[in-house]
Write a protein that binds this ligand. Structure first.
Ligand code: CA
Ligand code: CA
Length: 236
């Protein structure tokens, strides 16, 4: 790469606050000290990455690939605390090169492209790839837990209550959660809507929020960090 292009890329990224977003790219480009912040120079483990994920399309207001939404759409595949995020179009063109502008492109919220902010009035359809802490890839999974039934208000499989009920079997801070029905259907394929579905709080389906007035019966399992797995060899 030409030195001038190289410098321009490093420089441009600082002023457009795309450091976090393009951190791994910048690290690879070896931007000189002063051109990137301290975070940018932290070596990013390449092995713990998600696949390219798209949870939304640019219909409506735009293309929103937020971390909470990705966590919900791809349970168990997305970490809560990604180290870096990269975005590209569905055809593989890097977000930095499409000419679109982004409302958000960072690990705090994720990626957001708003149609009305584009000259063309339309965002491309983006997919994102997250780099996660190595713990996330090396973690282990608990067994399935089914604590509640969807009688009463709904089916509540919350982290706090499961931890209380199954002392020592669930790590204090799970990094992933998956929910399936007791008959094995993934939660996102049932058509139910969920009050909560994340590794911090757990899972809750409220009967009153369902079209049919009744949730299915779900079970959940968690992904736990490596230090927990070492102490709990029954997890895998
Ligand atoms: Ca998308
Ligand atoms: Ca249940």
């Amino acid at each position: 790469m030409l030195q001038s292009t190289h410098n321009a890329l490093c420089h441009a990224c600082i002023h457009e606050s795309c450091m976090t977003a393009a951190r791994s790219t910048l690290s690879k480009r070896n931007c000189s000290v002063g051109n990137v912040n301290a975070h940018s120079t932290v070596p990013v483990p390449t092995e713990c990455r998600t696949r390219w994920l798209s949870s939304d399309d640019p219909g409506g207001e735009g293309d929103v690939e937020s971390i909470p939404q990705l966590l919900q759409k791809f349970p168990g595949q997305v970490c809560r605390n990604p180290i870096s995020i990269a975005a590209q179009t569905e055809y593989g063109i890097a977000a930095e090169h499409t000419g679109d502008t982004y409302l958000s492109y960072d690990v705090m919220f994720g990626f957001v492209c708003i149609n009305s902010e584009q000259r063309s009035g339309q965002c491309k359809n983006y997919q994102v790839m997250l780099t996660c802490p190595s713990d996330f890839c090396q973690g282990c999974r608990t067994r399935w837990f089914d604590m509640d039934n969807p009688t009463g208000r709904g089916d509540y499989e919350t982290v706090l209550q499961l931890q209380r009920m199954h002392h020592g079997e669930i790590c204090s801070q799970p990094i992933g959660i998956e929910a399936i029905t007791v008959s094995g259907t993934p939660a996102m394929e049932t058509g139910d809507t969920f009050l909560v579905y994340d590794a911090t709080h757990g899972f809750a389906c409220v009967n009153g929020q369902q079209r049919g007035g009744l949730c299915q019966d779900y079970q959940v399992r968690f992904t736990c960090p490596l230090h927990f797995c070492r102490q709990n060899p029954q997890s895998k």
